[in-house]
Design a binder for this molecule. Structure first.
Ligand SMILES: [Zn+2]
Length: 121
């Protein structure tokens, strides 16, 4: 089964600063997959970003450079009760145990679990 995806366009700086970054991000111009990003600072106002491609040379980009992300829709389980919210219909659900995919009983969508969030105690 193919995971549901949607496209988001943002700047490399916005992507870098996301708390949870999308797992599949593509450089809009070349179509190459970006597997990492580093923030470089040389001087007070000179900040730029280095994109690491899955293949081929690295590319340096300013923070304003636009990239297109093909975001794989997924859910984040909250570890205390394995709770999650459906990205499609916003239904709140609980799993009985930890899992790699979840299925929404209301709208029928299946999503990969991207991360498990452990509530700080
Ligand atoms: Zn749903």
């Amino acid at each position: 089964m193919k995971n549901p995806t949607h496209e988001v366009t943002m700047t490399i700086a916005e992507w870098y600063n996301l708390e949870i970054r999308p797992s599949k991000v593509f450089h809009a111009e070349s179509g190459k997959r970006i597997v990492g990003c580093a923030k470089r600072e040389s001087g007070k106002d000179d900040v730029y970003y280095e994109m690491f491609f899955e293949s081929g040379p690295n590319q340096f980009a300013s923070g304003e450079a636009s990239i297109t992300c093909q975001v794989t829709d997924g859910v984040i389980l909250v570890a205390s009760g394995y709770e999650w919210t459906c990205p499609n219909c916003r239904r709140y659900s609980r799993q009985s145990e930890t899992t790699t995919t979840v299925h929404c009983e209301r709208c029928g969508m299946t999503y990969p679990v991207m991360d498990i969030f452990h509530v700080p105690s």
